[in-house]
Design a protein around this ligand. Structure first.
Ligand SMILES: *[C@@H]1O[C@H](CO)[C@@H](O)[C@H](O)[C@H]1NC(C)=O
Ligand SMILES: *[C@@H]1O[C@H](CO)[C@@H](O)[C@H](O)[C@H]1NC(C)=O
Ligand SMILES: *[C@@H]1O[C@H](CO)[C@@H](O)[C@H](O)[C@H]1NC(C)=O
Ligand SMILES: *[C@@H]1O[C@H](CO)[C@@H](O)[C@H](O)[C@H]1NC(C)=O
Ligand SMILES: *[C@@H]1O[C@H](CO)[C@@H](O)[C@H](O)[C@H]1NC(C)=O
Length: 428
């Protein structure tokens, strides 16, 4: 009795083990075949720690940072990360493989990309610009619900009580030297209206003990910072540069918590606001003084103030969000990314992979539009550092384009010397 059950058990176990082994063998053969047959994407910027096959809808690609593949017959794209792009470490003379750049960060992080020449060396672009091949303008806004949610929202009557303890306007920033001259604007605004500044820049107020300043920048949607921001009637949201579609958590955070943004940055921000009156746009005022008197007026007039909060209050249109462009992009997925991606980098990798399989790049347009004009200084005494950054960026792009056209290796010195010459002699 015992033995036969044991035998039966034994047989079942054997059969089970045999099945598992067969499955594993088939799986690894399949893996090896995939490995040996799919198109290769080479991150020239060392982004890939473990080489692997990625799956994007029905398509697969091998993702690697290993430069042994740099002229492999299945190599299908070079991938570069904008903020770490190194113009003197490139796959020279390999023009048959498309170069693709992912540059979601501030335009100030890659000077040579500010002008057409620098952009032209890439065949495929993914930036915050809505006209790039794989645009990521909403990388800081997860979904439409976060805009309409009242999770952090404090209605006006309650907010009024809180105002006894603090100013109507919130400012919190750690980068005090920006092309847009953010601090200069805020300092002037402070002459006319009370602003609580918790960050390093123009600091005049201490963060609550429970909140570390580094957390505010590392986790911009941290619960505590959301609660703090929600208690202010207005929040200053000024990007570090002025480029179309360059919109960060500074704007979205204030819209999510329901504090009216006082915004400067993307000139086309209206393309993305939930309603046509969701932010006070600094660019619409002739002076900071007139901006200040308008804020004071809105601060004193409940109806005027609530006009800015339709995405929470649903007062004017019967629905909370009227901007179709915003709604449609977010319908594609989280952060407006296609599919179920949560993160922009894998989404970009899949975009490249899918398009390689479907020959989609042939259909992409050639030129990127990336509108980040040279900053204008408000104050002639201000160092010309950022203007210089733009001017130099223009030279870097021109030099890079020329050097690449020669299809010969060049050294760091060659490149830098040429950039210096062009720059000094105004040749860009
Ligand atoms: C994947 O392949 C299946 C079957 O061939 C097809 O029905 C489906 O539409 C494909 N999906 C995509 C996203 O191409
Ligand atoms: C890359 O490979 C092709 C053949 O596949 C060869 O003709 C070419 O010379 C190679 N280029 C470099 C720079 O190694
Ligand atoms: C990519 O763009 C460069 C520069 O415009 C061009 O020379 C090259 O042929 C293009 N490569 C591909 C694969 O389209
Ligand atoms: C804002 O939207 C309303 C309703 O759609 C419209 O009547 C008004 O002209 C718009 N205002 C601006 C400045 O676009
Ligand atoms: C450039 O240098 C690399 C590494 O030294 C070499 O493999 C490659 O063939 C060179 N390319 C050209 C176009 O000279």
């Amino acid at each position: 009795m015992y033995t036969s059950i044991f035998r039966l058990k034994n047989k079942t176990v054997c059969l089970f083990l045999a099945l598992v082994t067969t499955f594993l063998i088939i799986k690894s053969i399949y893996g090896i075949l995939m490995y040996k047959s799919v198109p290769i994407l080479l991150w020239w910027t060392p982004f890939v720690e473990v080489e692997r096959v990625i799956r994007c809808d029905n398509y697969s690609c091998l993702l690697t940072s290993d430069r042994v593949y740099k002229n492999h017959s299945r190599l299908s794209a070079y991938l570069f990360y904008g903020s770490r792009f190194n113009p003197t470490d490139l796959p020279i003379g390999l023009k048959h493989i498309p170069w693709s750049i992912f540059h979601e960060e501030s335009p100030k992080n890659l000077g040579l990309f500010l002008y057409r020449d620098g952009q032209s060396v890439f065949n495929i672009t993914s930036t915050f610009d809505q006209h790039s091949d794989f645009p990521v303008p909403l990388q800081y806004l997860r979904d439409i619900e976060s805009l309409t949610s009242r999770q952090y929202y404090i209605p006006i009557e309650k907010k009024k009580n809180l105002l006894k303890n603090h100013a109507p306007v919130l400012y919190i920033q750690s980068d005090c030297n920006t092309p847009i001259e953010r601090d200069m604007i805020v300092a002037e605004l402070m002459k006319y209206i009370k602003v609580d500044s918790y960050g390093v820049c123009l600091n005049n107020k201490k963060l609550p003990d429970s909140l570390k300043e580094s957390d505010v920048y590392s986790f911009p949607y941290h619960n505590l910072i959301m609660q703090l921001a929600a208690s202010y009637k207005f929040t200053i949201a000024i990007e570090n540069a002025r480029c179309d579609d360059y919109i960060t958590e500074k704007l979205w955070r204030s819209l999510i918590v329901g504090s009216v943004p006082i915004y400067l940055g993307a000139p086309n921000v209206g393309d993305w606001l939930p309603n046509n009156k969701s932010a006070i746009l600094i660019g619409n005022f002739e002076s900071i003084e007139s901006l200040a008197s308008y804020i004071i007026k809105v601060n004193q007039d409940n109806n005027l103030y609530l006009n800015y909060l339709d995405h929470k209050e649903k007062l004017n249109f019967g629905h909370q969000i009227t901007n179709k462009r915003l709604i449609n992009l977010l319908k594609r997925g989280k952060y407006g990314l296609e599919g179920n991606q949560e993160d922009v980098v894998p989404a970009f990798e899949c975009f490249i992979c899918r398009n390689i399989h479907t020959n989609g790049f042939k259909k992409q347009k050639q030129e990127t539009v990336y509108s980040c004009p040279e900053p204008k200084s408000r104050n002639s005494k201000n160092p010309v550092r950022w203007k210089d950054h733009w001017k130099r960026g223009k030279c870097e792009g021109k030099v890079l384009k020329e050097l690449l056209e020669q299809q010969k290796n060049y050294s760091k010195n060659d490149y830098e010397y040429k950039v210096d010459q062009y720059y000094k002699n105004n040749m860009c």
